[in-house]
Design a binder for this molecule. Sequence first.
Ligand code: UDP
Ligand code: MG
Length: 346
Amino acid sequence: MSQVDFPAPNAPEVSVIIPVYNEEDGLAALFSHLYPALDALGTSYEVIFINDGSRDKSAALLAQQFHVRSDTTRVILLNGNYGQHMAILAGFEQSRGDIVVTLDADLQNPPEEIGKLVAKMREGYDYVGTIRQQRQDSLWRKKASRAMNRLRERITKIRMTDQGCMLRAYSRHIIDTINRCGEINTFIPALAYTFAQNPIEVDVAHEERFAGESKYSLYSLIRLNFDLVTGFSVVPLQWLSFIGVILSVGSAALFLLLLIRRFMFGAEVQGVFTLFAITFFMLGVIIFALGLLGEYTGRIYQQVRARPRYLVQTILEQRDGLPTASQPRQEAVQQIAVVTREDEGR
Ligand code: UDP
Ligand code: MG
């Protein structure tokens, strides 16, 4: 029996999901662009900010903004840093809109483009992907991202021109399906794509980060790409088997060759270093293979352990027309106060 999802009562048409991690310098500018752009849509909307365990004033700023626009704003405070994609998933679980748009907090995706995505969704598409025009990131990131795009095209059935841009729109149906998945360490644009029936892509502008710096180190970018590769395809494992077969055939041939030469020319000692080189190369392949296997096993381990993916400390939202902080309220107020005090002391 297929599960039927009923719209939440008083559900707005559009939900905008914004993960926030140490973005205190850019939040004011974000608010001043975002709300006018959404008001201009002329439809009902909600903005859901997820504070992903920021250690700066972000949580306090979000709480302030909640009190300014509590009619359309909800704030989810997570109790730690779980990463951009987990934060967005926390936002998805709370979202009620028919059309769910994800957006970065750093103004790299101009909020003014949301209208374009909403218009496409209204045409009947259930997934609006985006292609960044003149992407404003460092050269090495653009190059690395292009290489990952190509690898993903080869090993998965996911077809996206530009997988990295988070300004995207999804239908309620896709979001409900994602909410049922319980995935850990996932890559949301790819996960959503696997459930899309009628996807389309549009061009969007891309700008430099308004303030602060990228929250992704080289290491976390590599981790994210491993999530993309091992979370959506077993083709790398199949490639490993092929490499194993080819190497075995190759070494058998080498053994035969050496055997024949032994009978023809007697004992030979040349080529010892070549042999070293080949051995070290093989060792490298074996360790890589083990690591890759470990990536898959690690995912299985995390998934079967089934711990909560993130902990929501507090949700600031309007209930019965009144701004409220859901349980544990006292803690929430304290936490915001602590964050503010710490920063005042700096
Ligand atoms: N972000 C987050 N948790 C993290 C890292 C990032 O919520 O652990 C948020 C961040 O505040 C921003 C978005 O994810 O809104 C994208 O992050 P960033 O701009 O650093 O990524 P980039 O644009 O460099 O890919
Ligand atoms: Mg950014």
